[in-house]
Design a binder for this molecule. Sequence first.
Ligand code: Z5A
Length: 212
Amino acid sequence: MNLRGRFISLEGGEGAGKSTLLTGLRDHLAGQGIDLVQTREPGGTRLGEALRTLLLDPALGGLSAESELLMMFASRAQLVRERIAPALEAGQWVLCDRFADASYAYQGGGRGQPMERIASLESWACAGLAPDLTLLLDLPVAAGRARAAGRGEADRIEAEADAFFERVRATYRARALAEPRRFRMIDAGGTPQQVLHEAIAALQPLLREASR
Ligand code: Z5A
């Protein structure tokens, strides 16, 4: 694929502030004249949104870890082909609320699915497409859960125990350390303005490249 746009993913645990940051980043980039597409995972396409509804449904308690992993990648395979790759090829930037790192963190770290199995699904489903930059919003589990607590009934994944989310966080942090060129870890415990400021700073190399 001849990709001319830039692909940025946002990652982090529950309540870390991805959606809040996404809105700020979208406005900032639009102000710089960047044409961008905003999307999310699981979801972002008709198929993906239907899968998301199933994946988060608390009534689907018996879903196996294997089925969950495949459903995440089915959503991703569709999103890559239907929206992300076409947008990048057209020179647009893509801001995506979660991408493949979430499967390593949740299905790998959280559920114990083998990392090599996830890597093999990634190379098949994503066809070599990976984010240029991944902003990891890092926050202690209890703080994230406290932020998310006011939203009513927990969905199927939010209903997991703290230990699950500790494994998710540890996996994200390990991935960020292993790939420092792609990841930027941001302390999500700051104010929304501080988090946005750090994220904008992390975008500068991409913005400079784009203006050349
Ligand atoms: N999942 C998976 O298992 N495998 C995969 O491959 C993928 C996903 C792609 C849905 O994702 C679930 O799918 C998710 C992982 C799993 N399950 N869990 N848990 P999601 O991204 O849609 O859902 P989420 O992680 O639950 O998102 P969230 O809880 O909505 O978090 P957020 O978007 O990061 O937070 P927010 O909505 O911006 O902020 C939450 C609250 O905190 C809100 O009241 C804000 O006003 C407040 N907030 C935000 N920033 C701040 C700061 N800086 N200070 C204070 N308060 C703040």
